[in-house]
Design a protein around this ligand. Sequence first.
Ligand code: ADP
Ligand code: ZN
Length: 216
Amino acid sequence: MRLVFIGPPGVGKGTYATAISKRYRIPHISTGDMLREEIKRGSELGVRVREYVERGELVPDDIIIELVRNRLSREDCKRGFILDGFPRTLRQAEELDKMTKLDLVLNFVAPDEVIIDRLSGRRICRKCGAIYHVKYMPPRVPGRCDRCGGELYQREDDRPEVIRRRLELYRRQFKPIIEYYRRKGILVDVDASDQAEIVVPRIVEVLKSKGLVSDQ
Ligand code: ADP
Ligand code: ZN
């Protein structure tokens, strides 16, 4: 089962990918995670991509395409994979088509207001990094971490104005890719405005309806 997951920041894509990856024992391949890993290891590739990633700019196509090509050629991808964060340009999409035949592209959608509500309520502990949500997972004492008593703060990225800008950027970047797959007839929109406990079974239903997994 060869899948691509597409969705704006805050839509829960990483959570869904992790759940589907476990359930069907196929690797979850996040190009963002792979690049951060290379940077942390200080590998030759890590050194080459570091500045792009730190500035939030796209890594050059040739580099990322080679990285994905190598990853997909590994043994654990024989039964399938979930690509997350790739493709991000039309050239990447075209090159991916030459590497493998995708079964389905899941396009996770949720109204901007839902995403802003989710991200702007997020609070992080300065000391231990624990994550809370003022509405959906509030700490016992407002502004204080349950685990360590540390101060909770809001990431700069999670402020509503910044989220709006990120969403706009996302739409602009992914529009051609979404159209590319829609035209090929392999794109399915998945409503991700509910909690993960509801969205994950929804994904399973889509995979079943496409004959990609059998009933279990
Ligand atoms: P974000 O949602 O913050 O962009 P990611 O984890 O998906 O997070 O990616 C982090 C960074 O890695 C990107 O800002 C970009 O520099 C690089 N990157 C990841 N995937 C790609 C890709 N397909 N093409 C080019 N650059 C990429
Ligand atoms: Zn803490």
